[in-house]
Design a protein around this ligand. Structure first.
Ligand SMILES: [Mg+2]
Length: 242
């Protein structure tokens, strides 16, 4: 039961990457493919060294993309060019090809988060489930289909289609309008505090902060406490038992 009112939720809005689809693991496997395919061991002694450089750049670029300060095409090229620039490589065409190859490889990977399928099996007959994602459209649909997740969802809301990214209120507003849902009927589930949790909170939606790397929800200090915190997706079935 929704602790903020007496109505049960009707619509569950799930983030995709690292909430249902195991982005960390799948992305690492795809990046390893790129490391081998492009002989990056010529520049980096180990894959881990390359992955560290890629990750640092990628995270900084996604923050800028989330704030709509850089374009998707810039992010696509720059995250592969930046780790090579210290070695004098300035070939944007090469970096673009690596970016495309990485996305193709990524979309082929199918590892989901622990208990994702079991949880969706339980929730699907009881709620209207949607995906809300800032990820690129050409890969998000492939990921959903190939990993067996797509059949659980009535809607897939992508920021690049809506024109606003999470955490912008315009993003959540568009989702609710499309669903014909009130704020009280919706619950947002995600692993990113800024985009998913604060975004939903500021728009007036209840939230479940999913922390898959934690063993316990004790001693988690946040600027604004979410409605719920879970470390295992199965906890959602308990939370939403009615
Ligand atoms: Mg995520």
């Amino acid at each position: 039961m929704n602790k903020h009112n007496t109505l049960p939720y009707k619509f569950l809005l799930f983030d995709l990457d690292d909430t249902l689809w195991n982005f960390k693991e799948n992305s690492k496997a795809a990046l390893e493919d790129i490391f081998d395919q492009y002989n990056l061991q010529y520049y980096y002694a180990t894959f881990d060294e390359y992955a560290k450089s890629y990750e640092e750049n990628n995270q900084a670029l996604w923050r800028l993309y989330g704030k709509q300060q850089i374009t998707k095409s810039f992010l696509h090229v720059e995250r592969f060019l930046a780790p090579l620039r210290p070695f004098g490589i300035l070939d944007t065409s090469l970096a673009g090809k690596m970016g495309t190859a990485y996305l193709d490889r990524c979309a082929e990977k199918t590892t989901t988060m622990p208990h994702a399928i079991e949880t969706l099996e339980y929730l699907c007959p009881k709620y209207d489930l949607s995906i809300i994602s800032n990820g690129f459209g050409e890969v998000q649909y492939k990921k959903l289909h190939r990993s067996g997740l797509s059949s659980y969802f009535s809607h897939v809301f992508l920021s690049e289609t809506i024109g606003y990214h999470k955490p912008k209120p315009e993003f959540f507003n568009e989702v609710l309008c499309e669903l014909g849902a009130s704020k009280e009927e919706c619950l947002v589930i995600g692993d990113n505090y800024e985009a998913d949790i604060e975004g939903a909170m500021n728009f007036g939606l209840d939230q479940v902060y999913y922390l898959p790397d934690k063993l316990s929800i004790d001693n988690i200090v946040l600027p604004h406490p979410p409605t719920h915190i879970i470390c295992d997706l199965l906890s959602l079935c308990v939370l939403l038992k009615y």
